[in-house]
Design a protein around this ligand. Structure first.
Ligand SMILES: Cc1ncc(COP(=O)(O)O)c(C=O)c1O
Length: 440
């Protein structure tokens, strides 16, 4: 392990380095490191590996396509891309009429932003602090998470202008110090105030994740997304939902927007579209947006609509439906949330447990009264969990003013596996409590 880590450090860019692990295999909900140690994969490749690792049916579907047609330029239609577009439109309740295929979530977001600007003849894009939308220029400009590109003065000039960031519905840490429901969704009114008072008279779109994932699993309160859509209509702006993390069953419904019965004008999906085995993304558009965009001739990437990607996505969708994985995510997710909530009675460093389906947050605080984030404790818990055999995602930074351990295991996670993993989590929490003592 050490030899690979040293070499990796020397010859591979360390912009994405964090964990001192060399991963060499995976099976179901488990990953294996090069020394053969087994880990519960509660990060699932940032919500991509929804079917877990080495899924035999998905692999079969991909292998079949390998001997049919792997790649062809986007100028040609293929059976695979037509079939996938048809399937996605059907799945999304026929709210959309056209699909554009991309390679990554970021480039699909880039197209969605382009579409909004094109349809509204310019205008600004409103997005949310804590939101994450990607690493390319436009998607990074929409991102409100203070990643390097937003804060390092030597590269911020790469970000396009025309983006306005507003406060997300993070009720645990409301920026307006209000409480739901007595707040009467003041945060929505404030978006309108901000836009009007800052003199923006053309709003191309408001973009949001229905549940902010990398921002710390921010679940909007009831009525929020409906009110956001109403605001878009008032402002004559399009609504874009970024379902790159939340799509394809993660939250217990096929798309998170279905929980609140709110349908945007543009929906962006990626990650788990293909089960995570082949990179791929898609933008679903209403007929108004889709037809307008047909007039544009230049958008695409060499590997957009890759037939192998389409085949992987079609097989993945069959598996999700046949195995009723959204139902499983809801059921097993509820078991995890309930058990974690119970643990709150024992561990005062847990400030909040929230989530929907298998997208779950453990918010780490210094104490429950102040709700001050505890960055050191979160770091320690994250490392100890990994050492104990659970890989999670850590979203913790003073800029975010929060420390959150995110659990998003593959959707195939069984109740038994969930309980075993929770036993390990509880054991780690106990050890930490023993070392750190009890705080109120
Ligand atoms: C909500 C959301 N949107 C967009 C993206 C960008 O996707 P990609 O990393 O595939 O470019 C991500 C990536 O994590 C994401 O979490």
């Amino acid at each position: 392990m050490q030899d690979y880590l040293i070499l990796d450090n020397q010859i591979v860019s360390q912009v994405y380095a964090r964990d001192p692990l060399v991963i060499s295999g995976g099976e179901g909900v488990f990953l294996y490191d090069i020394d053969g140690k087994k880990y519960y994969d509660f990060s699932a490749h940032y919500s991509s590996s929804s079917l877990g690792h080495n899924h035999p049916e998905l692999i079969k579907g991909i292998i079949k396509q390998l001997s049919t047609l792997v790649s062809v330029s986007v100028q040609f239609a293929t059976r695979e891309r037509v079939a996938l577009a048809k399937r996605l439109l059907l799945l999304s309740g026929e709210n959309y009429k056209k699909v554009l295929f991309g390679v990554t979530g970021s480039d699909a977001i880039e197209f969605a932003l382009k579409a909004a600007k094109y349809c509204k003849k310019g205008g600004v894009i409103v997005s949310f602090w804590r939101g994450y939308h990607g690493a390319t220029a436009g998607s990074a400009a929409a991102t409100g998470k203070a990643e390097t590109i937003q804060i390092d003065p030597s590269i911020t000039s790469l970000l396009p202008s025309g983006f306005v960031h507003v406060s997300p519905p993070y009720c645990y840490r409301c920026d307006y110090k209000k409480e739901y429901p007595s707040c009467d969704l003041f945060c929505i009114d404030f978006i309108k105030k901000r836009i009007i008072n800052d003199g923006y008279d053309n709003i191309a779109a408001i973009i949001t994740e229905p549940i902010q994932a990398a921002g710390g699993v921010i679940v909007p309160p009831p009525g929020y997304l409906k009110a956001l859509k109403k605001l878009c209509r008032e402002l004559d702006a399009l609504l874009i939902f970024d379902e790159v993390v939340t799509g394809f069953g993660r939250t217990g419904s096929f798309f998170a927007s279905q929980h609140w019965d709110v349908y945007p004008d543009i929906m962006v999906v990626g990650k788990a579209l293909t089960g995570g085995y082949i990179p791929g993304s898609a933008v679903l558009m209403t007929s108004e947006v889709g037809e307008a965009m047909d007039k544009l001739t230049l958008h695409g990437h060499t590997h957009s609509a890759y037939p192998l990607m389409c085949a992987s996505a079609l097989t993945n969708l069959d598996i999700i439906e046949n195995e009723r994985l959204p139902d499983n995510a809801k059921r097993v997710g509820n078991i995890i949330i309930k058990r974690l909530q119970k643990m709150m009675g024992k561990y005062s460093f847990i400030g909040d447990i929230r989530g929907v389906g298998l997208l779950i947050a453990i918010e780490i605080v210094q104490d429950r009264d102040s709700r001050q984030a505890d960055y050191q404790m979160a770091d320690k818990l994250y490392s100890k969990l990994r050492e104990a055999g659970i890989i999670t995602e850590l979203e913790s930074s003073p800029r975010l003013e929060s420390s959150v351990i995110v659990l998003h295991p593959p959707l195939i996670l069984s109740e038994k596996e969930a309980c075993e993993a929770l036993d390990i989590i509880e054991r780690v929490f106990n050890e930490i409590k023993g070392v750190c003592g009890v705080r109120s």
